[in-house]
Ligand binder design. Structure first.
Ligand SMILES: Nc1ncnc2c1ncn2[C@@H]1O[C@H](COP(=O)(O)OP(=O)(O)OP(=O)(O)O)[C@@H](O)[C@H]1O
Ligand SMILES: [Mg+2]
Length: 339
């Protein structure tokens, strides 16, 4: 029994978002948590920096260093960069955990990923040495991590809100009943904050600054003013000013309204039985953008259903994969074998 397990490939869960990348190794837990960024030196096509280090260089590198984010809107659009990124992390994992019998991957994928996109993803995973590849929708993995029994004949609704993708799904009896994927996320909030500040104060700030600002706020700050530093649009010179948090609230609310409208659309399209289950249980909010200071409250006031942000919403997909790799047979209804 012990030896049986020893000779088997290890299972590894992989969640690659546009902002963050996670690996969950069987029997070990989350072994990598990093930013999905890679800096390439175009002079000799070598990797210059990876992950957090590459993200923090953004805007501060010479022209021959290209910073690439290989994933956007739930799809990989730079395969070379993706392969370099995955090779790097697998090398790290192999060196640290020294497993002779290889790895089988369970990857979390977006609901609207096409067959062609899945095939390309799978090709990269085989190229970096995976023995087998399985997939599961990100929303299902996130729901599993949030103690939701996706195999039970009870309706559940989850809203997964990341950096460039939003997925709303209703799940029951091991399947997706009805869902909606939108190409919006935390990056749009950052851009919206940049525009709002530029329009109202003629100050230009960077997206990273907007993101920091967004993350620093809490729901009790709404009436406050905060000091920001940026560039005066008319003179081009640095300037420090005080801005109203209410302006940031405005920049975020238009996206929360879009999300509310789409949740209502999904609710309108599901069977009454599922609707009444969701009415009873409330809506799960997952993905790191669910921590946006005014998100839950505003969404609740628009949709008028109970909702709650799951524990540690950033890691729910990868923790769900961690549970699923230990119960692949039991969960075969929700897991697809790619090859
Ligand atoms: N406290 C916070 N308030 C608001 N937004 C936050 C907070 N913390 C993180 N975020 C945002 O969450 C987003 C990242 O979420 P997450 O890690 O779930 O994305 P991802 O899985 O990489 O992306 P995707 O699934 O869209 O490809 C970023 O846009 C980040 O700015
Ligand atoms: Mg994600």
């Amino acid at each position: 029994m012990f030896l049986d397990n020893f000779f088997k490939p290890k299972k590894i869960g992989i969640d690659i978002g546009s902002e963050k990348i996670y690996f969950y190794l069987e029997d070990k837990g989350i072994v990598i948590s990093d930013y999905t960024y890679i800096a390439v030196n175009t002079k000799n096509d070598s990797v210059f920096a990876i992950g957090k280090e590459a993200k923090e260089m953004s805007g501060r590198v010479p022209p021959y260093i290209k910073i690439v984010k290989p994933v956007l809107n739930g799809v990989i659009y730079d395969f070379e960069a993706m392969q370099a990124l995955l090779s790097h992390y697998f090398k790290e994992i192999r060196e640290k955990y020294n497993n002779l019998f290889g790895y089988e991957a369970l990857v979390a994928i977006s609901l609207d990923m096409t067959e062609v996109q899945k095939k390309s993803f799978e090709d990269i995973l085989f190229a970096v040495g995976m023995k087998k590849v399985y997939s599961v929708p990100k929303v299902v993995a996130a729901a599993v991590a949030s103690r939701c029994d996706v195999l039970e004949s009870v309706g559940n609704m989850i809203v997964e809100y990341g950096a460039s993708k939003l997925e709303i799904a209703t799940i029951s009896t091991g399947g997706i009943i009805y869902s909606k994927s939108l190409n919006i996320g935390g990056y749009d909030i950052d851009n919206s904050i940049v525009s709002q500040i530029k329009n109202n104060y003629s100050i230009s700030i960077g997206e990273l600054m907007a993101e920091r600002l967004k993350k620093s706020l809490s729901s009790s700050d709404k009436e406050k003013e905060i000091i920001i530093k940026g560039r005066d649009v008319s003179t081009g010179m640095p300037k420090q000013i005080s801005i109203r948090v209410a302006d940031i609230v405005l920049a975020t609310e238009k996206y929360i309204e879009i999300i509310a409208d789409n949740i209502k659309l999904v609710l309108e399209n599901i069977p009454t039985e599922i609707l009444s289950d969701i009415y009873e249980k409330g809506i799960m909010l997952s993905g790191d953008s669910s921590r946006l200071f005014n998100y839950k409250k505003k969404l609740k006031s628009l949709v008028r259903l109970d909702m709650y942000v799951v524990d540690d919403p950033a890691t729910s997909v990868i923790r769900g994969l961690g549970i699923l790799i230990g119960k692949m047979d039991e969960y075969s209804l929700v897991i697809n074998k790619i090859r």
